[in-house]
Design a protein around this ligand. Sequence first.
Ligand SMILES: [Zn+2]
Length: 163
Amino acid sequence: MAEADVPHTGDTAATVIQRDPSPTTAPLDGVARQVQVVQLVKEFTFEAAHRLPYVPPGHKCGRLHGHSFKVEVRVEGPINPATGWFVDYGDIKDVVKPIVDGKLDHNYLNEIQGLENPTSENIAVWLWDQLGRSLPGLVEIVVFETCSARCVYRGPAHGQSRF
Ligand SMILES: [Zn+2]
């Protein structure tokens, strides 16, 4: 598989993944082409407070504190030859932003059902559960707790055989 980064702007990014051997699309101009599979990433941010209830006594994360969280949502699928894209970034935003803004932003995460222990890991899994059915092609959620610390989650089926 060849993978190449495509220039991106702002808070979105696209990566083209060319699968080999690959099926072909129905030709628009009589020339059969490979199906081009891409990954699209859309970023979201939210501010929230939390404390981690199961850290050892005296651990700083046991105290009430806040973060400027960043979330990356990654979807994967084929480029539609008719539109030239897999999905409109706006469609991703329409699914994710109501949940991020409506449920997480400026809230005390520990009070949200399913986030009683709001680690980055549990936030990523919670988001997957919220988004999975309504976001076709979802392959990855990344939750940045700080600029230098983040959790990557690729869904419940990913990596199960290793644990
Ligand atoms: Zn924290």
